[in-house]
Design a binder for this molecule. Structure first.
Ligand code: FA5
Ligand code: MG
Length: 415
């Protein structure tokens, strides 16, 4: 057997992200390409479409909920560190230990303790603990996902929380209560601690707030519908869908906050609602932006179209021009002895090709009858947003993808 090697402090054992050091372990799967996106902060860049949508949502909430002296009730947190603990992202929100969303194949991990937030909800319980009752959280979120015109591994979310006391919800003379005297039974309609009355009035408030937000963003005639949903951190829960190009598009998830979370964060005398919405989904529809990669463009021909002061200025994106795409297939044998997830391959494609990758899709797979090996064939669509790619340039990237996938994933390219 091989002689045991003394453990060495190699530079590869640690990872530096945003000036902080992290010990690598078997969970580490963050890529340089992803790390580069962390400094962009698109939602804080004045005149960026995501910044404009953020400003519209803030303005809507500032006007909708006003305090005794005319002050806005909601406060806004748009500068929270996207590096969070797995406790913040999952445990604090009652996501079960074995839930699929915790898998390495779905999120970007620095190591087994730290990750890039997969939703802005990761900050919810800390902000409640700090004493806040009404707040918005806006930020970049990171997920390992499919590659196409509406999915990108980095996107942006806006979360909201509104907590209310018995006194705020039901003035004395109503004779109604927020909490059951003794916890009742949990049903499809409510949690054990809450009364039917409280949930009814809160869900009405939540839904009308969000319907009016949709109208403020998309116009009064927007078609919408409510769909029942499930989240570990709210019950009951819903999703709001809007009609977009003749199809229903999921805009946000929401619900009545789990009392266990609220109580643990020190606000056990309150009942709350929360929601989480995708900013790109809103912006693509408001401005007719056809491809999610455009948000990352630094081209002035794109950015100048959004250089306005009033976030409610009507704008329709005009494509500067559309450059041709180039399609190339790659087929390979999957190593039988290793875990292979499609997201691993998508990450390799993205980290080699960057933003000239428009789409990656599995077009064929089969098992070799004798060798018992699985073959996958992926079709990679290349397109530059701002110029025509040459055949040579694409071929070089395509070959490099094969080489890197061989090296990193142990696949064997078929020729
Ligand atoms: C969540 O992330 C929950 N945290 C939302 C929530 C918060 C529910 C608070 C209840 C209370 P979900 O994964 O469905 O849920 O994402 C929320 C929204 O983000 C979606 O409705 C969608 O608008 C947007 N979104 C999700 N995945 C993507 C994606 N890959 N690309 C662009 N937008 C996305
Ligand atoms: Mg969803």
């Amino acid at each position: 057997s091989a002689p045991a090697l003394a453990p060495q402090a190699s530079p590869l054992a640690t990872l530096t992200v945003s000036g902080k050091q992290f010990e690598r372990d078997s969970y580490t799967n963050i890529t340089d390409g992803i790390i580069k996106h962390m400094s962009r902060k698109l939602h804080q860049q004045k005149g960026h479409p995501l910044y404009l949508i953020k400003e519209c949502i803030k303005s809507y909430f500032y006007k909708k909920y006003i305090g005794r002296t005319g002050n806005p009730v909601f406060s806004v947190y748009d500068n929270q560190d996207p590096i969070v603990t797995t406790y913040q992202n999952f445990d604090s929100l009652l996501v079960p230990r074995n839930h699929v969303s915790r898998q390495k194949s779905d999120s970007y991990y620095l190591n087994s303790q730290y990750m890039l937030r997969a939703h802005t909800t990761a900050h919810q319980s800390d902000l409640i603990s700090s004493g806040l009752d009404n707040f918005l959280i806006i930020g970049d979120v990171y997920r390992r996902d499919t590659v196409d015109s509406t999915h990108y591994p980095v996107f942006h979310q806006c979360d909201a929380v509104r907590l209310q006391t018995q006194h705020e919800l039901f003035p004395e003379e109503y004779g109604l209560h927020v909490f059951e005297k003794r916890p009742d039974r949990r049903t499809d309609d409510k949690q054990a601690e809450h009364t039917v009355d409280a949930v009814r009035i809160l869900s009405f408030q939540l839904k009308s707030t969000l319907q009016d937000l949709a109208k403020a963003l998309f116009g009064a005639d927007v078609e919408y519908r409510w769909v029942e949903a499930y989240f570990p951190f709210t019950h009951p829960s819903w999703e709001l869908e809007i009609k977009h190009n003749g199809e229903w598009l999921e805009l946000l998830g929401c619900g009545i906050m789990e009392h266990t979370i609220v109580k643990k964060a020190g606000a056990g005398d309150r009942i709350g609602w929360a929601f989480g919405l995708g900013l790109e989904r809103v912006a693509m529809r408001v401005y007719d932006i056809p491809d999610i990669r455009l948000f990352w463009s630094t081209d002035s021909a794109f950015l100048n179209q959004f250089a306005v002061d009033d976030p409610f200025t009507p704008i329709k994106y005009k494509a500067v021009s559309v450059y041709p795409r180039c399609i190339n297939d790659i087929s390979f044998w999957i190593p039988p002895e290793r875990d292979f997830s499609q997201n691993d391959f998508f990450d390799v494609v993205r980290s080699v090709g960057g933003d000239i990758i428009e789409e990656v899709s599995l077009v064929d797979q089969f098992v070799h009858p004798k060798k018992k090996l699985t073959s996958h064939c992926y079709r990679i669509t290349y397109r530059h947003m701002e110029r025509t790619l040459t055949k040579n340039e694409v071929n070089e990237v395509h070959v490099e993808i094969g080489r890197r996938a061989t090296e990193m994933l142990g696949i064997t390219v078929r020729v």
